[in-house]
Design a protein around this ligand. Structure first.
Ligand code: ZN
Length: 196
């Protein structure tokens, strides 16, 4: 691991930077895994109920991709790296791979709910690891947490409402994470900032 000013600052504030980077990398891979499985799922949801759930899946899918995009610059800023190869087995939605091709909404919904719960738990943990210490990471993971909680709410609403009425939700994609997607290129992505 090279020398990084951002990393030194984080360590100085009392955060275990290596553990923090590990957690952030784990989340980035989980987000990408979920994005992948949401993409597959979107193609398999049919019928009236499937259509209704697909609208939820499409929004969650876009936001999870944004979460991945927002996490990566911070990982590199802290001197971390993404693995060179993507295993594709991470993230709570990985359980979807065990489903039969003709899986229906009642089979799929518990997996989506479990994955949403796992994400909320992971970002809550990241918030408590960084709270009052690493404000930059804290603000980012809190923004993502808000959106993960929204995913959970959408699914619970769907569970309560079923496909009977259209969702009352009119929401922009990534209202909390959007500012992090417009952020300038982080310093440490420049070649010389984190030396090996
Ligand atoms: Zn996400």
């Amino acid at each position: 691991m090279g020398r990084c000013v951002a990393r030194e600052l984080v360590e100085w504030s009392g955060v275990d930077a290596e553990r923090l980077v590990d957690l952030l990398v784990e989340r980035a891979l989980a987000e990408m895994g979920n994005y992948y499985y949401y993409t597959l799922l979107r193609m398999h949801l049919v019928g009236v109920e499937g259509d209704a759930l697909r609208r939820v899946v499409e929004d969650a899918r876009e936001e999870d991709r944004n979460h991945f995009e927002a996490l990566v610059p911070r990982i590199y800023e802290l001197g971390g790296r993404l693995p060179a190869t993507f295993a594709g087995e991470l993230g709570g939605l990985g359980d979807l791979r065990n489903l039969p091709a003709e899986a229906d909404v009642p089979q799929i919904l518990p997996i989506l709910l479990k994955a949403a719960e796992e994400s909320v738990r992971a970002y809550t943990q990241l918030c408590s690891v960084t709270s009052g210490k690493d404000n930059r990471t804290y603000n980012l993971v809190l923004a993502i947490l808000h959106e993960e909680i929204a995913h959970q709410v959408w699914l619970l609403e769907f569970l309560g409402r079923g496909a009977t009425e259209p969702s009352p939700r009119t929401r922009n994609i990534s209202p909390f994470v959007a500012p992090y997607l417009r952020a300038p290129r982080p310093v440490s992505l420049e070649p010389a900032a984190c030396t090996a």
